[in-house]
Structures are given as C-alpha cells and as structure tokens.
Design a protein around this ligand. Structure first.
Ligand SMILES: [Zn+2]
Length: 288
C-alpha cells in the first residue's frame, strides 16, 4: 500500500503543476499583450477571464448536471431492474469514500460506460449505460462506480471546469492578439509582429495539450481510488477487459461529454489514457 500512497501524491502534484502551468501561460499572455499592445486590453482580458470563470462555475453548479443528463437522455435508475443492486453498491462505496450518496441514472447504449457530473459532492450524479448494466457483474460494476466516486471525491469536475476556463481564456487572448495586430495602427517592428503571431498560434495548442495531460492524470487517480475502495483492482480490470470486447462507440457523443466518460469513445483525443495502460498501472500499484 506504500506504493499506492506515493503514486497518489505524485499524481496530485502533477495535476497541480499542470494546472499552474496553464495559469502561467495566461499570465505570460496578459503581460505580453500589455507589452506589445495596449495595457488596457490586457487588463480587460484578465478581468474577462475572471468573470467567465465565476460565470461557468455558477452555471456548472446550477445547470451542469441537468444539461449533461438531458443530452444523453438519462432516466432515473429506479426504473431499471438492477436498481436495488446498484444502489447498494453505491451506498457502500460512498460511505467508505465519505461523500453523500450521488443520484443515480441510466441511459441507453450498448457500450459499457458511465460518467459522473456535478461540480461538488453535494450535487453529484452518476449515470451508467444499459450496456454496463447488461454485461457487468456486481464486482465489475463496483469497479466502474468506484472510479466515478473517485472523480466526485477529488472534485475532478470542478478541476476540469477551471482548467477549460483557463484554456478558453488562452484562446481568447490569443485571438485577440491576432485581431489587434491587424487592426491597430500603432507602429511596431516586424519582429514583434512575427513573435506575437507565433505566440498566438502556439499557446492555445500547448494549453490544450496540458489540459489533456491533466485529464489523464485524474483518470489514473480515479482508477487507483476505485481499486482502493474495492479492496483491489480485480473488478475494475475485469470491467476493462469486457469493455475491450463489447464497446463499439455506440453511445451519445459530443465534445462536452467525452471527457466525462469512464472510457474514451475516441482514443484519438486522449482525454483518457489507453485502457491497456490503465490496467498496467493498476497491476503495477497493487501487485504485492
Ligand atoms: Zn473517469
């Protein structure tokens, strides 16, 4: 278990460093903007960022779960024959994790998948596919649900909202920089323009790469948390193995919901590590 602790600490430090890196990029962009252009613009974009962060967090708290659940056509789990069993598992795991019991939903998809939504443990919901309810046994379900409870416990939805606000801010400032270069009549040396264009093109790409890396770290952490809650990784690993056989991408898909899923629908965008790597990490940490 010593190994688990050190993995967890490293993971949390990595996530914090990555999110600070995006913060540093924002700071650097604002400074750069006020250096080459108008300090007024820079101040405005910093304020804009602050307001949009507060706005998205409020919006996410008030409406987030409802919008996400509606977008996949989620129904209360009470209507499903396996409700009692799943509720029992979630009650047990939530008690162990010391979080309030999340509301439970299901939605139609033959893929094995699930997601948690809600920015704080107090308003968290877990939704699970009919595929997961059809193919997974109790132990495997506990592995998947433990992972989602890990996200809730670690405030991952809040974390990722803040990250995407920061990444959005980077793109906003970068776009603004390009517009200002073309529209402002100030005299500037050519090299300043070239550097500004390069910065404006590269920083949003770098910020997005960092955002994906943060998301993958949170996924590993949720896997470890689930294995810890369930007294070992066997159920989770067995669920992964079934996913590799069953899943075909037959599931509601959009950019906003993809990062929430238990396993990625499109491996290309890699908000999640590949399943093989997730299994490997679990075996590494939990082998005696
Ligand atoms: Zn996850």
């Amino acid at each position: 278990m010593k190994k688990l602790k050190s993995y967890k600490i490293i993971n949390i430090i990595k996530s914090l460093l990555l999110i600070s890196a995006i913060g540093v990029i924002v700071y650097f962009l604002v400074e750069f903007l006020s250096f080459i252009l108008n300090p007024g613009y820079a101040k405005f974009s910093a304020l804009y960022g602050l307001f949009s962060a507060v706005f998205y967090i409020l919006l996410g708290t008030l409406l987030g779960p409802k919008i996400v659940l509606a977008s996949v056509g989620a129904r209360p789990l009470e209507e499903h024959p396996r409700y009692e069993e799943v509720r029992e598992i979630v009650e047990e795991l939530s008690k162990e994790a010391k979080i309030p019991i999340p509301k439970l939903y299901y939605f139609v998809s033959n893929d094995i998948n699930a997601f948690a939504t809600g920015l704080t443990p107090g308003n968290a919901c877990i939704a699970i596919t009919t595929g997961a309810l059809k193919y997974l046994n109790r132990e495997e379900l506990a592995g998947v649900l433990g992972h989602e409870i890990g996200h809730i416990k670690h405030f991952d939805m809040m974390y990722m909202t803040i990250t995407s606000v920061l990444v959005g801010l980077v793109s906003f400032i970068a776009n603004w920089m390009i517009y200002s270069l073309f529209w402002s009549s100030d005299e500037r040396p050519a090299w300043v323009n070239i550097i500004a264009i390069l910065v404006a093109i590269l920083t949003p790409i770098v910020a997005t790469i960092i955002q994906l890396a943060i998301s993958r770290e949170r996924e590993y952490l949720a896997d470890l948390f689930s294995a810890e809650l369930n007294g070992g990784p066997d159920g989770l690993i067995s669920a992964f193995r079934k996913i590799q056989i069953v899943n075909t991408g037959d599931i509601p898909y959009n950019e906003a919901i993809e990062p929430l899923y238990f396993v990625s629908v499109e491996e290309l965008f890699s908000t999640h590590p590949p399943i093989e790597k997730r299994i490997q990490r679990l075996l590494e940490v939990f082998e005696q």
